[in-house]
Ligand binder design. Structure first.
Ligand SMILES: [Cu+2]
Length: 70
């Protein structure tokens, strides 16, 4: 599981944009967004660098990245 702190997400449309961005490269990815904390949890076969790039390219700057071992 990867955890990203992402800035600029304000509504469900932003959540959908982030979700679609990651799923464009891994349709089976599971993405959970907590708008109140700006945290995005991603379960995917993609590399953490790839996911960070996809979220950034969708227009949401990634402030912090953490890889969990679970
Ligand atoms: Cu929005």
């Amino acid at each position: 599981m990867m955890n990203f702190t992402v800035s600029g997400m304000t509504c469900g449309g932003c959540v959908n944009a982030v979700t679609r961005a990651v799923q464009s490269k891994d349709p089976t990815a599971i993405i959970n967004v907590d708008l109140s904390t700006q945290h995005v949890n991603v379960n995917t076969i993609l590399t953490i660098d790839s996911v960070e790039q996809l979220i950034t390219d969708a227009g949401f700057p990634v402030l912090h990245v953490q890889q969990d071992h679970a």
